[in-house]
Design a protein around this ligand. Structure first.
Ligand code: MSP
Length: 663
């Protein structure tokens, strides 16, 4: 990983205000930016708004305001909202800014005047075809839902467009793109999504209409102001404009990582690198496409987006660390890259049982013993064990963040917390205190204070306010984010910190106090939109039909409980028998994550290893890892049916991509 990191969010359309969906991407970008700052990398985090195009022109007209005035108002709301969720962007770009206009027109000219290919990159023609104003995207009839030529994303009929237009010769870049994908196997992540991109390019690319003449709300085409640029040509270029102006930070481009929702992957992984190639500029380092969130099991309709404000949720949860709780829940609840559900019940449950019981409680279990500063005695076996475990645990967390996987990073951190809680159970500082064994008490307290200091940094990318509060209670200096942004410095605790002797702890109130039952019910009510409020929403996804089983019936579970299962299609990449365990196969299965996952399955009696390779199985991905001993840890479970004749793994009849959601 290079020492430069430039993370971007999509620039959001201003026909919407910030909501849980856009907050999800922005929070993820902030988490990564903070992580890289703590690693001492030169880091830049860009977000902003996408103000041009037909969609915005129409919304402004509907409200009876000039697009400029409308844009000013909503851009201000975006800029003001992100800090309330502790999102620490370094730059906020608006596509109506002069610096952006200049960069876009420069890019157009560079592409136009570059004669690398036998035919010009940009040419004038006539476009006739179908257009979805919601996506600001072109469609072929085949891609639409019938009857009625309906956009598959917006569920609205597309429009026929017929006008003079400049075209970008995308067709000439198909081979260059495929060669680039080949030589950059982690350009698009997760891998499953990269396959979709490659298939799209392999199926053949058509030239792309990149200007419009039937409306004016856009950036004029250089030397032909009758045309305004296609809004995606304009918008994608923001990632460059912000690096070029007002100050030249082009050096950061080598570390560019675009976070996007899966809905806009094609624009970022096909059109954008093609534009850049045509201008002689290297494509970004990575495009990471995350999944889509549902809320309480429902698609996020416009009404829902307006009623469930992430900022209001943060305020309701805690005045001091509410934003952190929202950030934590979003990053932990939904495996980054996959679709998933975010629910108020889940947030409250994680608040109590993870943040309260595991993190907050750890602090409360140590601080009371630290007050009278027992001096450290000699390390015992328990401490040595914990210290030996620490570097490997931090490596797991570090690698997860490096691989854009905050969910796995949090799992790693909570594994460490679990271990630390177990250590306290065994080390029993209360017993040492009762015996008056100050040397023993000192070593327990010293070990734990060091570990808590490490944890205060490890959690800081996701929970900066909690980190601050923990450090205050531990008597440690603040993490100075401004100074880190000014001058990179590595603070990431790859090694266990060592607390100076004599530093006093400060203590304080519990960071995650328990909610009274009544308060909890109020929060649930506030963040559960009533059906009438959400009349515009598509119906909740139907619960799956009850399977016909001969197994004994079990107690009914709610749809919310079912929705917690992260089940996906997995493609078996390799399989091996396990020595001395005749029932087990050791598998590597592509479940759409950055790397294949290890699954240990009790199917060896039913399948020879070579018979399962290539099979499309169903995997329960968020089952707690199971240790079969000797380092054989299964990261999930393959579903299988069993009757008197033995086992059969569940498979998927049609070719669904690895990582596809099963529900
Ligand atoms: N303006 C374009 C992006 C141009 S980038 C050069 C656009 N804007 S948008 O306002 O529609 O934002 C789309 C992004 O918002 C998605 O890609 C995703 O990052 C985020 N999300 C919106 N709804 C979401 C969910 N329900 N779940 C997760 N993310 C969602 O497209």
């Amino acid at each position: 990983m290079a020492n430069r990191f430039y993370v971007t969010t999509p620039i959001y359309y201003i026909n919407d205000v910030p909501h849980l969906g856009s907050a999800y991407t922005t929070i993820a970008a902030d988490v990564l930016a903070r992580y890289h700052r703590l690693r001492g990398h030169e880091t830049r985090f860009l977000t902003g708004v996408d103000e041009h195009g037909l969609k915005i022109q129409r919304v402004a007209a509907e409200r009876g305001v000039a697009p400029h005035a409308f844009a000013d108002e909503i851009a201000g709301r975006f800029r003001g909202t992100w800090p309330e969720l502790s999102c620490s962007f370094d730059d906020f770009i608006r596509t109506t800014e002069a610096r952006h206009k200049r960069a876009v027109q420069d890019l157009w000219r560079t592409i136009r005047d570059n004669h690398d290919k036998p035919q010009p990159n940009i040419y004038l023609g006539h476009y006739e075809g179908l257009y979805c104003v919601g996506c600001e995207g072109y469609y072929t009839e085949k891609e639409l839902e019938q009857p009625g030529d309906v956009c598959p994303q917006h569920k609205k009929p597309v429009e026929m467009v017929k006008e003079e237009s400049y075209f970008f010769r995308l067709s000439a870049y198909a081979d260059d793109l495929l060669a680039f994908y080949e030589s950059h196997p982690d350009f698009v992540q997760p891998a499953g999504r990269f396959n979709e991109v490659k298939s799209f390019v392999k199926a053949g690319l058509q030239d792309l209409s990149i200007s419009r003449t039937t409306f004016q709300w856009g950036i004029p085409v250089p030397e032909d102001p009758r045309h305004v640029m296609y809004v995606w040509f304009d918008a994608l270029t923001n990632y460059r404009s912000a690096l070029l102006f007002p100050e030249d930070r082009e050096r950061l481009w080598e570390g560019a990582v675009h976070l996007v929702g899966k809905d806009i992957l094609r624009f970022h992984a096909v059109y954008w690198p093609a534009f850049l190639m045509a201008a002689g500029i290297a494509p970004p380092r990575h495009v990471f496409a995350h999944g889509f969130l549902t809320y309480n099991g429902q698609r996020m309709s416009k009404t829902l987006r307006n009623t469930v404000s992430p900022v209001a949720l943060a305020q309701a949860l805690s005045p001091k660390v509410g934003a952190d709780v929202v950030r934590y829940s979003l990053m932990r609840a939904v495996a980054f890259g996959q679709d998933g559900d975010f629910s108020i019940h889940d947030v409250l449950q994680r608040y109590a049982s993870e943040l309260g019981d595991k993190l907050g409680n750890l602090l409360n279990r140590v601080l009371p013993f630290a007050k009278d500063r027992p001096p450290r005695g000699e390390l015992g076996a328990l401490e040595r064990d914990l210290l030996a475990y620490y570097p490997a645990a931090v490596r797991v967390v570090t690698e997860a963040f490096d691989q854009t996987n905050p969910t796995a990073a949090l799992n790693g951190i909570f594994g460490l917390l679990q271990r630390a809680n177990e250590y306290i159970d065994r080390a029993a500082p209360w017993a040492a205190k009762k015996k008056g064994d100050r040397a023993r008490l000192g070593v327990i307290v010293g070990t734990m204070l060091d570990l808590l200091e490490a944890v205060s940094v490890l959690i800081a990318p996701v929970m900066p306010a909690v980190a601050g509060e923990m450090r205050a209670q531990l008597g440690l200096p603040k993490l100075d984010w401004d100074a880190l942004a000014e001058e990179p410095r590595a603070l990431w605790p790859l090694e266990m910190p060592r607390r100076p002797e004599g530093l006093e702890v400060k203590g304080g109130e519990p960071i995650f106090p328990r909610f009274e039952k009544e308060r909890e019910a109020e929060i649930v009510a506030q963040f559960t939109p009533r059906p009438a409020e959400d009349a515009g929403a598509a119906a909740a996804e139907p619960a799956p039909a009850a399977p016909v089983v001969t197994a004994p019936a079990k107690a009914t579970i709610s749809y919310e409980d079912f929705a917690k299962l992260d089940m996906r299609v997995g493609v078996v990449v390799s399989a091996e028998r396990v020595k001395k365990k005749d029932k087990l196969l050791d598998l590597r299965v592509d479940t759409g994550d950055a790397a294949p996952r290890r699954l240990v399955a009790g199917i060896a009696k039913a399948y020879a290893p070579e018979a399962v390779v290539g099979k499309r199985v169903v995997v329960l991905c968020n089952l707690a890892p199971r240790d079969f001993g000797k380092g054989l840890v299964s990261e999930g479970m393959i579903l299988a049916a069993e009757d008197a004749n033995g086992l059969a793994a569940l498979t998927v009849a049609e070719e669904k991509a690895a990582g596809s959601k099963v529900s």
